[in-house]
Design a protein around this ligand. Sequence first.
Ligand code: FAD
Length: 279
Amino acid sequence: MTQPIISFEFFPPKTVEGIAKLRETRKQLALLNPKFFSVTFGAGGSTRDRTKDTVFEIQGEGYEAAPHISGISSTKAEISALLDTYRSNGIKRLVVLRGDLPSGEASAGDFRYANELVQFIRQTSGDAFQIEVAAYPEFHPDARSAASDLQHFKNKVDAGANAAITQYFYNPDAYFRFMDQCQALGIDIPIVPGVMPIYNFTQLSRFSDVCGADIPRWLRLRLQDYGDDLPSLRAFGVDVVAELCQELLAGGAPGLHFYTLNQAGIISQIASQLDLTKL
Ligand code: FAD
């Protein structure tokens, strides 16, 4: 097996305590030799400064930092200014997304879909950035059909994306089938599975309902049974997610991108089951 590409995703903390906690989280996760840390971006620019601050702090510690950048409700001028800031501060990788607006809010921006933003970045910044985009092995919740969603993914690759990170899933076959379909369409960029550790059932159900990730029935029922017993739920979740990661890597996934929720403990346990430091 070639060395898998490991990366970790954070959200930009709001408070002084959150900033301090994230520093500790990074210290622990850095032991797993990630390729980069990425930092999310609130659609409409709500976290813009915090995303920038977090990314620059990570970079200042000597790690590669990749800001997420979302196009929905942003103008070309706003995106250009952000790209200039990132380029002039030595950022080399972006996670490029459409983003989601809070329900009921209409977009007043220049970019409807992520492929338009990828194209704009390539037009204005050439190859200054490695561009990562999102992929959906279980398909995006707005998708009109599986085939159209796949074609829209291909549009992002054709516009210049270098790699993709998937939405999380617990059914490895969804990923392997998606990879087969991508190959049939001539998509040959690395597509790294996004991995959501199981922290809490209510929160996971809520996220999954919004983003269209399926929690298989067997898993949902087992998790429900743990009720308030979080330590047992998490121990079970570590086993389930470590097995999923193992299967994905054994089946040829090029790496793993962990949604950390700014916590390191559970991921460190998954990593030690996988023996990530030795992969
Ligand atoms: P797109 O690729 O534009 O696709 C969105 C939908 O539009 C899909 O259903 C697609 O099939 C459809 N579509 C695309 N092109 C067309 C077209 N021409 N005509 C009709 N339909 C079309 N959100 C944030 O706000 N901030 C973040 O930091 C963030 N980070 C993320 C990181 C990862 C790894 C992932 C997987 C998601 C992240 N998201 C984030 C969520 C993401 O913004 C949402 O899933 C959003 O709804 C779609 O973004 P996208 O870039 O995949 O959009």
